[in-house]
Design a binder for this molecule. Sequence first.
Ligand code: G
Ligand code: G
Ligand code: MN
Length: 407
Amino acid sequence: MSSNDCPAIPGSGPGATRSTLTAPALPGRRALIVDDNPSVGTTVARVARRCGYDTIVTDDAGDFLARAETWKPTLVIIDLVMPDVDGIELIRHLGKRKSPARVMLISGFDARVLEVAQQLGEAYGLAMMSSLRKPFRADELAGMLRALASADPRSPDRIRGALDAGAFRLVYQPKYELASRCVVGVEVLARWDDAELGPVPPSVFIPAAEEAGMITDVTRWVLETALVQQATWNRQGIRLNVAINLSQPDLESGDLPARFVEDCRRHGIDPTSVTFEVTESMAMRDPLAVMQTLSRLRLAGAKISIDDFGTGYSSLVHLRRLPFSELKIDRSFVADCQRSRESRIIIKSLIDLAHNLDLQTVAEGAETEEHLHILEELGCDLVQGYALSPPVEADRIPDLVAAPRRS
Ligand code: G
Ligand code: G
Ligand code: MN
């Protein structure tokens, strides 16, 4: 490979090279490679790029660690033996920072050293792959990377396959009115049970789908499936508000409001019985695009809820300008409310703020009877949490609706 294939990024650390892509890298595949031998580094990078990775090669440990933090690689490939720092030290750093990346070790050193380093990585909770002994063949490495891509629940192919194969399903967590302890709505939460991988948690697949540019497809499926379920409940005489979580790209793509109106019409759903939840940080990021989508959803009749409130940095100006109907108090405050007077003061202030802005309040993560009691005292309207019900399958909802939890 000529050096033209790997020009240095201006201003980057010593020896760092970022690939100029011959073929576009696939979303969510970023390989950070550290090797003091430039020819090995570029060979590894070339193979990784053929497997759809965007790559950065560096020979400098400090640069490697900085990029592991800022560039957020999905795969790191580490040469165990380098002059100024050893690979073990890098593994330790990645472990301390709880790097989510897959980690592959390469070394010409004896197999025992590789094995110890491998075990250390595992002890740190890193996602260790099989290691590679030098000298290795390019097709050996390519085989490992291809296997990784096909087995990784974060890979775009996997997510697309799961969506097409119907491997996603929905669960519903009841939202109770605190005063009556009656179910007044449900929050819709996606689940993925993969035939080979087993259950994949939403904390893995939602960010992966966002990164892979597929979250709007996921949301489209979630919305339609939830409305079909809501129509089924309606036919059984059960009227519930249904709350759907949105991601940033849903707010930016612009076609959500029209689809929402169309879906409601097709399934006979009253749009005012649907709530869209957006997180505080999403609402603050790009106020203009966000405001347009939220305003159109609101005009269509939907309610808008601001989720995980208290964890981001809202300006009160945005809170007033955006068309919110509901504020969800983050569960971290609820978790503390028994012990911490500060948490109770924060919850009370959030409730007062919300009520002054004509917003309904929902507390998340109430796990005990004491939590419910405190939240009721503080004047909260609705509550979600294990104290009343975890997320459940759709067919459990009618029983929960029929049996208020007031003891
Ligand atoms: O139960 P729980 O582990 O489901 O959810 C974890 C996180 O994943 C929550 O923050 C929740 O908002 C998010 N989540 C669950 N389902 C969806 C979904 O359908 N769309 C989006 N954007 N986020 C979801
Ligand atoms: O971020 P969002 O509010 O969308 O997330 C809902 C998440 O909260 C889901 O992961 C759901 O499983 C979780 N959850 C619901 N009730 C409780 C609870 O009482 N305690 C805890 N720890 N998590 C809860
Ligand atoms: Mn939510």
